[in-house]
Design a binder for this molecule. Structure first.
Ligand SMILES: [Zn+2]
Length: 121
């Protein structure tokens, strides 16, 4: 695929230590897949968060994507498996349960910070 030859892919492959803020900007995607997982993607990086059991009511939560305080009942906790290393490593994050509404206000830089864990891990 021609997609694999783009600048971002080359950096990911040959210069994996490059801080993400120095990468040429791509298009950050943030959506739910058909299985209900929360996907954050900026080619070639991708994280798929599996939504965990809801935690009973408590303090408001900060959404990691849009950085807003949200009520616990409107939040979901999710984990994504990081691709590197031996054994399994998970990245845990909180998000608005309404991914579509959250995506409209989430700034790409916050999504990139989450994605940065894929390489900085
Ligand atoms: Zn949000």
């Amino acid at each position: 695929m021609a997609e694999d030859c783009d600048e971002r892919s080359i950096i990911a492959r040959y210069f994996p230590g490059t801080p993400p803020e120095l990468w040429p900007a791509g298009e950050v995607l943030y959506y739910r897949d058909e299985e209900g997982r929360i996907v954050i993607r900026e080619h070639p990086l991708e994280l798929r968060f599996e939504v965990l059991e809801k935690v009973p009511s408590g303090k408001p939560v900060l959404c990691d994507a849009c950085r807003r305080q949200i009520a616990r009942h409107a939040a979901v906790f999710a984990r994504a498996e990081l691709p590197a290393g031996e054994g399994r490593h998970y990245l845990y994050r909180s998000f608005c349960a309404d991914t579509q509404a959250c995506a409209e206000r989430a700034e790409p830089r916050y999504l990139r910070e989450i994605l940065a864990r894929v390489i900085l891990h």
